[in-house]
Design a protein around this ligand. Structure first.
Ligand SMILES: NCc1[nH]cc(CCC(=O)O)c1CC(=O)O
Length: 320
């Protein structure tokens, strides 16, 4: 075996390098292939604009894809929830890693739980999905758009600028900040973003079956099935990562995959929530079962007006 390390492209943030490092270690453990990290700067890392105003999905992803296509790296690791659902020419999803905790977490001043935040408290989050679902639970709080990496956002609570921020539990874990968590939202309360907590490994299509087939060693089929169902919801509703769409699928028995999804108006006033379960053994494989499940649930939600809520949210983008 060659000892030249495989080059793994990653964003530069602490969260990105920590999760990429973990994928590198697992891959080396399972295959013996040495891996080195190559840090890539993305537009999403340097822009000062609100993420919701950037007018497109995948701001964190395109620089890594460019590096892949240019042959600067062999494969790239992304947070799966940042990955647009549309396929890209020349690039495939080589692996989906086993999902970490998918839930959203509250980091509030003085150890406060969500239910105990005084009315009028400021809660920072740049995600319309979170604002919409949180506003449905607590319309009496003030939701403030913020961006920046996890450490910057947490800094706004310690400085007193905000009473609380909401972030993904998995991300907080990866940057070593679980001590800041004061409350965790169950998925029934706040449905996570499609793919939240899972990582995507992408490579050039031409390498996937041959030179880089070893990437399959970090693929986790149950997670791949679950996120497939979740991402079909996003794709069918023609919604991007900044849309008020939550979706979470999990195996509730060895062969039963349950998908829950919600589309909530950004002021919390309207919502379409739905759930359905599929028996995966009735399909050729779990991923095909998951895709069928996603399509069925998406169509039911569209019949109930979910696409209209997504369209309305897109019109008001950036104003929340
Ligand atoms: N859009 C930024 C982003 N992309 C992935 C995560 C968290 C980690 C994950 O979901 O895997 C975060 C931060 C956050 O939502 O708090």
């Amino acid at each position: 075996m060659s000892t030249t390390p495989a080059r793994l492209g990653t964003r530069r943030s602490t969260m990105a390098t920590s999760q990429s490092q973990r994928v590198a270690e697992t891959l080396t453990e399972r295959t013996g292939v040495p891996v080195e990290l190559v840090l890539i700067t993305s537009f999403g890392d340097v822009t000062r604009a609100q993420l919701t105003q950037l007018g497109g999905t995948g701001v964190f992803v395109s620089a890594l894809r460019d590096a892949l296509l240019a042959g600067e790296v062999e494969f790239a690791v992304h947070s799966l929830k940042d990955l647009p659902t549309a396929p890209t020419d020349g690039i495939v999803l080589a692996a989906v890693t086993e999902r970490d905790d998918p839930r959203d977490a509250l980091c509030a001043r003085d150890g406060l739980k969500f239910a105990d935040l005084p009315p009028g408290s400021t809660v920072g989050t740049g995600s319309p999905r979170r604002v919409a679902q949180l506003a449905a639970l607590r319309p009496d709080l003030r939701y403030v758009p913020i961006r920046g990496n996890a450490e910057t956002r947490l800094g706004k609570v310690s400085s007193g600028e905000l009473d609380a921020v909401v972030l993904a539990y998995a991300g907080l874990d990866r940057v070593g900040r679980l001590d800041d968590v004061t409350d965790v939202f169950e998925v029934e309360q706040v449905l996570p973003a499609p793919g939240q907590g899972a990582l995507a490994v992408e490579c050039r299509t031409a390498d996937a079956e041959g030179a880089l087939s070893y990437l399959g060693a970090v693929d986790h089929t149950p997670t791949r099935a679950a996120v497939t169902a979740e991402r079909v919801i996003l794709a069918e509703l023609e919604a991007g990562c900044a849309a008020p769409v939550g979706a979470y699928a999990e195996f509730v028995a060895d062969d039963r995959l349950r998908l829950r999804a919600a589309v909530v108006a950004t002021d919390g006033s309207q919502a379409v929530r739905a759930e359905q379960t599929v028996t995966v053994t009735e399909f050729p494989d779990a991923v095909q079962a998951a895709a069928a499940l996603g399509h069925q649930l998406a169509h039911e939600m569209i019949r109930r007006g979910a696409d209209q809520i997504v369209a309305d949210a897109a019109t008001g983008r950036g104003e929340i």
